[in-house]
Design a protein around this ligand. Structure first.
Ligand SMILES: O=C(O)CCC(=O)C(=O)O
Ligand SMILES: [Fe+2]
Length: 376
């Protein structure tokens, strides 16, 4: 019988600092990685004041920025896919997502100009920020936040390696010499939306996602191994951590990427701030799969077949599995991670692709701009 879960486990990060309790944390991490693919992290080291200050900016960004300023920094202006995306322009599984968002990333200079080959080198570059005077402190607060969450993500990856019986530096080959450029989003799910689909069922792409639920409204749900939707309500002082498809693939499916969705809030706008831990652009995941201990492969196989609205697929050879998985991760086998990300971004935001990556846009959309994009 497959192992299953009916709630998202809570892991206490303070256990990591004492030698006597570290093993207990690693043990619960192993179970979360191999069974739920999702966990809450309590007592984490990102200062509560910084988290509160980031959360307080979320409603202000949408309410206080004038429409012209949102338009000035809209994503279509950025070859790096950073900036503002208006309400109702993103689709998942054939339905409009009821959310509006602002994408930003690790502070970074433009690394390559127009016409560079491979084109994905252009993904890395600066975020688009609103005028300082319109939202004072927004930029520095988010820069500090992403730096601190990145550091926590790096620490977690060392623990992930330990929990999966791998050497502590097992994941270092997925780090670029100049450091990885991670991505974050500020999302608003409005009340009174046209449908209950805040965001439809999907997987995340990179290694780990660390999500801050920035208001008290529930809506996030995680799909268990039997296909049922489990609530993951906001818990003050925690991050919700989940595994992305890249981590699932490099661990041969031992760590499970779990399908999740957000239902539109019933009683007030919901805000969330996910941080997506990215990997080195040039890595071809298909050539970088890690040798996993047999006990870990046995844990994977013990899960049995998983029911999902997104067709996960870790119990067969990962290459076969990736071919069957959600459309934007199928390419991990042969293409560089940066290229996979670029394809996914263009599918999700075809207007940005058409403007900045016309060649690849025409390959993906030979009939021109579709009525909407869909990454998942
Ligand atoms: O808003 C949330 O709680 C989750 C968002 C999410 O899953 C995503 O943007 O990938
Ligand atoms: Fe997600």
């Amino acid at each position: 019988m497959a192992t299953n879960f009916s709630s998202v486990p809570m892991l206490d990060y303070s256990l990591v600092s004492a030698a006597s309790t570290r093993a207990a944390f690693v043990c619960s991490l192993q179970s979360a990685l191999t069974t739920t693919g999702f966990f809450y992290l309590t007592s984490h080291p990102v200062p509560a004041e910084l988290v509160a200050s980031v959360a307080a900016y979320a409603p202000r960004f949408f309410a206080e920025l004038p429409e012209e300023e949102k338009q000035r920094i809209r994503m279509v202006e950025s070859p790096h896919f950073f900036g503002y995306t208006g309400f109702g322009t993103e689709w998942t599984k054939g339905r409009v997502d009821q959310r509006e968002q602002f994408d930003f990333g690790t502070e970074c200079e433009e690394r390559a100009g127009e016409g560079v080959v491979p084109a994905y080198k252009r993904l890395w570059g600066p975020s688009q920020w609103p005028e300082e005077g319109l939202l004072p402190g927004f930029r520095t607060t988010l820069a500090s936040y992403i730096a601190q969450v990145s550091q926590l993500g790096d620490e977690l990856m060392v623990l992930v390696a330990e929990a999966l019986g791998l050497p502590a530096d097992a994941f270092s080959k997925f780090t670029e010499e100049r450091g990885n450029v991670h991505r974050g989003k500020i999302i608003k799910y409005p009340v009174g939306a046209d449908s209950d689909q805040g965001v439809g069922p999907h997987f995340d792409g990179g290694f780990l996602t660390l999500l801050l639920q920035a208001s008290e409204h529930r809506g996030l749900q995680v799909q268990n191994l039997g296909g049922e939707w489990i609530d993951a309500p906001p818990v003050p002082g925690t991050f919700v951590v989940n595994i992305g498809k890249a981590l699932e693939a490099v661990t041969q499916g031992v760590a499970i990427a779990t399908s999740h969705r957000v239902l539109s809030p019933a009683s007030g706008a919901r805000y969330s701030i996910p941080f997506f831990q990215m990997i080195a652009q040039d890595v071809v995941i298909g050539k970088s799969v890690l040798a996993m201990p047999v006990e870990m492969l046995a844990l994977r196989d013990a899960r049995g077949k998983v029911a999902s609205d997104c067709e996960p697929s870790y119990h067969v050879l990962w290459r076969v599995l990736m071919k069957r998985a959600a459309v934007n991760y199928a390419e991990y086998g042969e293409l560089a991670a940066g290229q996979v990300m670029l394809i996914g971004r263009i599918k999700s935001h075809p207007d940005v692709g058409q403007r900045h990556y016309p060649q690849l846009f025409h390959q993906l959309f030979p009939d021109g701009l579709p009525a909407h994009g869909s990454a998942y």
